[in-house]
Write a protein that binds this ligand. Sequence first.
Ligand SMILES: O=C(O)C1=C[C@@H](OP(=O)(O)O)[C@@H](O)[C@H](O)C1
Ligand SMILES: C=C(OP(=O)(O)O)C(=O)O
Length: 445
Amino acid sequence: MSNSEFAEPYTIIEPFGGPFKGDVTVPGDKSISHRAVLFAAMAEGTSHLSGVLDSEDVRASIRAVEALGAEVDLKAQPDGSLSGTVTGWGAEGPSQPAAPIDCGNSGTTARLLMGIVAPWDIEVTITGDESLKKRPMRRIVAPLAKMGVDFKPETPETLPITVCGNRALRAIDYASPMASAQLKTAVLLAGVFADGTTTVNEPAPSRNHTELMLPEFNVPTTAGTRVATVTGPAEMLASDVVVPGDPSSAAFVAAAALLKPGSSVTIQNVSLNPARIGFVRTLERMGADIRESYGGHEGKEPRGTITVNYTPVLRGCEIPSQHIASVIDEIPVLALVAAHARGITVFHEVGELRVKESDRLKAIIDGLALLGVDAWEEGDDLFVEGNPQLQVPQGLVFESYGDHRLAMTWALVGACGRVPVSVTRFTCVAVSYPDFLADLKGLVK
Ligand SMILES: O=C(O)C1=C[C@@H](OP(=O)(O)O)[C@@H](O)[C@H](O)C1
Ligand SMILES: C=C(OP(=O)(O)O)C(=O)O
């Protein structure tokens, strides 16, 4: 069977051979890196950052804060991370940028930026690439409008959007319709400069890096499981941030170890924030030999190691909707693991996957179909019927849709299997994990 009629440029991923063994360090956490750069830019004084992820998405945040007047002096380190200083605009506020700010492929940059520029007397046009311009922005516009922010056009759904800032924002108590850390963060960041306490309640817990990091920048903040507050107006002061490794990148290494017989891998210095390691909990429920080991904190973020051993028999499991936010970016690769497990895996309430960098729900179902694996949607639930005897056919071409998480997921089929596969637009992995293939190759024994 072949589906090689795809016209887009593709990369051939040959089988890597032997099992994956040994230690690996994954690059800095993307969510924490964005926040470190953005919060340092907002603060008074000079912050020292290290372990920052050097990827396309984080570079979008760096370019954005430079356009708004922050001074960024982050340099590439031998380990591939960025380290150095960011001097913020502090009490003076950001300057009026000369041109629209292009956030590239990064939803986090675009959505957090809307909250960051909202409390200042400037008009900032935010735009992005073709993928980002399709993603929903009304979820950010709605609460910011309640706080007193105007937009051009008046009630925009998608980028480009011009945010017309307002120095007299109202603090709000917001019942968020979804578990989204981007939404929560945009509102809290605007709330830093509003008069009073701004509260965001969520229907399920989302990642809490913002609540953990804001107090380090001198912002009075409270953090509960489904509620966070900031009290403004606050004076943001510079801080130092050390960024631990990204669990979302670690999930691909863990999946590789589970797909390749004989593998045994330890991922060093990775964030063990419970809101981010839902994939460890999910793989445990599938019966995988995987465990984390706590190794201390960076600021308020726990970090440590994750060890994964190849496990011959995995079984399907259910991921309830309350846990989806803790695995949201890992669902493509978890679905690939589920495709090798015995029985059905159900991811509940994953409609949000339709509006990520691509329609990940459709892409997962189509990609698994190429492998001969039955996967389908019922309402907003994703079902994957696994096959432990899965044989990968020759000549497969997987469509990444320029989406980094899909590109890495399908690359694992070739890297861990016995026949090469092709992945279209594979270079998009630079969005979150530029050295993905090299790190995996380094583990081949
Ligand atoms: O706040 C963040 O850093 C992120 C939150 C999540 O998005 P949502 O807030 O849209 O769920 C996640 O998918 C994204 O990769 C990063
Ligand atoms: C959804 C993602 O990122 P963002 O929303 O920042 O584009 C991701 O990294 O998988």
